[in-house]
Design a binder for this molecule. Structure first.
Ligand code: ADP
Ligand code: MG
Length: 491
């Protein structure tokens, strides 16, 4: 039996949970923070105590509108919070407050690029919901722990249409979504901490078929790599099933990143299993004109607009503009440096060739976090300023940068002073060294005067070496030529 994998097409739509960077929880004043002592951030509302009432976080609503506008969605002016019921120990109320048939945003589009080609995926809806707590299962023990710190964390769930056709497309679309939410400032984009989690819906069909196949949903993919691997695995598994004459079961699966496979978790639940109904504790969410207008007005510059502006207004190359706008943290760093010293091209070069390269151990494939760039942007600005004002040569600047790499908090100007690294362009000082070079290399000087002028390179090399790389190259070159003339006349 030969299996024609290439007669099939993979179809993907994803659902993504975006954790909102608000100060407090969605319906309580509990702090919205990561990495604290278990159960130390739990408000009575999030613990689901009897008699408490939810009170909606206005910031979360603004963030939802922001993302909706950035994805060209229709913003529903009157959306409704519903209760989604299920039983699990990490859900103390016995229901999750979410949005069901009247979500806040619908019908948008996300643009992304695959191998230089612009693509898009339709966004079906974005709704606001609260997160649950977290169970920790102890290997071999007959008990589990539950931590409610995450309970009530505000989330946006972004649901796409099944428009993607490969794992690569899915990864690029997901990267574009991460780029967008971080530029909007609504999510820190920290995938390792679960700030974004994707569920991948995957089906396969014969390329010629018009109807979509039965899909599975693989839950909780918390990296681009896992998203891609899970889709690739799942498509292959489904093709093998179909080719063996079996049907695809519509089910929820999980990704095992150790064994690199998806495994069945449960059969797919239907909406009616959740017994959705409008939450009687919450009024419909009405978006007034003024709120919509003010969010629109304060929408930050989006990555694509920055990409264009960096080229048009700052004169950067397309490549430089692309690298600098690939991550919110990088463009922020670049703009902060330029605010200190207005030399975009020089600063861009240092960031791309040096800062990002020497920080690559702090940058995993899921992108940067706020600790990824230890050298302050102001120091890069200062370094470029020292070069631009010809206090140091670019060669010496490399040395200054090496010091910064080991001790990021030092000031470049102070490093230059401490090491006596200022450029020497004092004529007397350079002439002294020129004379020394000419005296020490009489044969080469003679060769030069006999017409073998290529020897000048060697003499300049000696000069710069004796000058410890600090001589201003232009003055040094001129003074060497003058020196050679002087010598000739003296002969
Ligand atoms: P439900 O209503 O059960 O949540 P939907 O059909 O509305 O399921 O879609 C949920 C997600 O699954 C969406 O992201 C959608 O793009 C995706 N999806 C739907 N059908 C398919 C399919 N045949 N193949 C791949 N993904 C699909
Ligand atoms: Mg869902």
């Amino acid at each position: 039996l030969t299996i024609r994998f290439d007669s099939y097409e993979t179809v993907i739509g994803f659902e993504c949970h975006v954790q909102l960077a608000t100060a407090s929880k969605l319906f309580s004043k509990g702090p919205n923070l990561f990495g604290h002592q278990p159960n130390s951030l739990v408000d009575i509302v999030d613990a689901g105590l009897p008699g408490v009432l939810p009170s909606l976080n206005q910031k979360a609503v603004e963030f939802a509108i922001k993302l909706g506008l950035a994805l060209s969605c229709e913003i529903r002016r009157e959306s409704v919070f519903s209760r989604k019921h299920y039983f699990y120990p990490d859900l103390p109320k016995g229901y999750q407050i979410s949005q069901f048939d009247k979500p806040i945003c619908e019908n948008g589009v996300l643009k992304f690029v695959v191998d230089g080609e612009e693509k898009s995926i339709r966004i079906r809806r974005i709704h606001i919901e609260e997160d649950a707590g977290k169970n920790t299962h102890v290997d071999g023990a007959n008990f589990s722990f539950v931590d409610f710190n995450r309970a009530g964390t505000p989330l946006l769930e972004v649901v796409t249409e099944p428009d993607l056709r490969s794992a690569k497309e899915a990864m690029e679309a997901y990267k574009a979504l991460r780029q967008l939410v971080t530029f909007l400032g609504i999510c820190d984009g920290n995938m390792a901490q679960g700030s974004m989690r994707a569920d991948a819906n995957v089906s396969v069909k014969k390329i010629t078929a018009t109807e979509l196949g039965t899909r599975t949903e693989t839950k909780n993919l918390n990296s681009f790599k896992f998203l891609g691997q899970a889709i690739t695995f799942e498509a292959r598994r489904q093709i093998l099933e179909l080719e063996s004459g079996r049907e695809i079961l519509q089910e929820t699966r999980l990704w095992d990143s150790n064994d690199k496979e998806t495994r069945p978790m449960r059969s797919k639940e239907e909406a009616h299993d959740y017994r959705y109904f409008p939450d009687p504790d919450l009024l419909p969410l009405v978006i007034p004109d003024e709120l919509l207008a003010s969010v629109k007005k304060n929408l930050p510059e989006l990555p694509y607009n920055k990409f264009v502006r960096y080229q048009k207004d700052l004169g950067l190359s397309e490549y430089d503009a692309q690298v600098l706008t690939s991550e919110h943290i990088i463009s922020g760093y670049f703009e902060e440096a330029v605010a200190h010293h207005n030399s975009p091209k020089g600063i861009a070069n240092w960031i791309i060739n040096d800062v990002l390269r020497s920080s690559k151990d702090n940058i995993d494939e899921e992108g940067l976090t706020k600790d990824s760039l230890p050298i302050p942007a102001a120091s890069i600005a200062e370094l470029v300023k020292l070069i631009d004002s010809q206090v140091i040569s670019s060669n010496i600047a490399k040395g200054v940068y090496s010091v910064l790499e080991n001790d990021p908090k030092q000031s470049p100007a102070k490093i230059v002073e401490d090491n006596n690294w200022r450029v020497v362009n004092n004529t007397d000082e350079i002439n002294k060294i020129v004379d020394q070079v000419l005296q020490e290399n009489p044969d080469e000087v003679e060769k030069y005067h006999s017409g073998k002028t290529k020897i000048l390179g060697f003499l300049m090399g000696q000069l710069m070496k004796l000058g410890k790389g600090k001589l201003d190259p232009k003055s040094a070159n001129q003074l060497m030529l003058d020196g050679l003339e002087r010598h000739k006349n003296h002969q």
